[in-house]
Design a binder for this molecule. Structure first.
Ligand SMILES: CC(=O)N[C@H](C=O)[C@@H](O)[C@H](O)[C@H](O)COP(=O)(O)O
Length: 241
């Protein structure tokens, strides 16, 4: 492991990484807004930021002193892989100065005939730290064998063959943490502080939280759903005079 990777891993160890992402069409989309979101996360005690797109990664790098884990989400026709799918997205993130690059490390078909092995070799050659986003244990084991810096449970529930559940996949996290020698990050559907604690207790090296902190439209929905439920309950209880 290079000293750069060791330093980044040391900085995020045991801490909270906040994923600051708003896609085109989301109310908070825009690099300037994501940079402010990242500054707020830093103020709140985050140890790292996960960001989507070169423009956001660049703006966030300027706004905070934290390591930035960059991804580029890009849809290619006919491919299920959308998180940093090809070498092109890696180049964009390298240019933006991302400290670590995360990518889909599943064995699904990638666009442009690109392979997972090419992606990991390219990252290694570039000397940049890497985070393999996995959905099942086998993918974590294979990613480790390809020499990635760490793995993250990001894609559990988002591939056709992984378990679908409402909360985080703590089982996968624990199994991967027990099996692998590299750091395993907990990511995906963590929405309560107690789940952060559970993940760390089960061996998570660090924990990524996104939507529950940085997607206010989804946070609002959770509260608004309660008001609808109560309204329905009260209406149901109303007796005709
Ligand atoms: C599956 C996928 O595309 N995950 C993306 C990966 O970067 C993001 O949309 C998530 O927000 C991130 O993983 C954090 O997860 P959550 O928002 O559930 O805390």
């Amino acid at each position: 492991m290079g000293t750069l990777t060791a330093t980044i891993l040391e900085r995020i160890h045991g801490g909270l990484i906040v994923s600051c992402q708003a896609l085109p069409g989301e109310p908070l989309h825009g690099a300037d807004i994501m940079a402010r979101m990242a500054a707020a996360a830093e103020e709140g005690g985050a140890v790292g930021i996960r960001a989507n797109g070169a423009a956001d990664a660049r703006a966030i790098k300027q706004a905070v002193a934290l390591p930035v884990i960059g991804i580029v989400k890009r849809d290619y026709p006919g491919s299920e892989v959308y998180i940093t799918p090809t070498l092109r997205e890696i180049d964009e993130l390298l240019e933006a100065g991302a400290d670590m690059i995360a990518f889909d490390a599943t064995r699904q078909i990638r666009p442009e005939h690109c392979t997972l092995e090419q992606i990991t070799a390219y990252l290694k050659q570039a000397g940049v730290s890497s985070m393999a986003d996995i959905s099942i244990l086998e993918e974590a084991v294979y990613a480790e064998s390809l020499g990635v810096s760490c793995v993250s449970t990001t894609l559990s529930g988002y591939t056709a063959y992984s378990v679908k559940q409402e909360g985080p996949d703590l089982e996968l996290l624990q199994a991967a943490a027990e099996r692998l020698s590299i750091p395993v990050i907990a990511e995906g559907r963590i929405s309560q502080p107690a789940e952060v604690e559970a993940a760390l207790d089960l061996g998570a090296y660090a924990v990524v939280v996104g939507s529950a902190i940085t997607r206010p439209q989804l946070i609002t929905e959770r509260f608004a759903a309660v008001t609808r439920k109560v309204r329905m309950r009260n209406n149901g209880n109303e007796r005709p005079n």
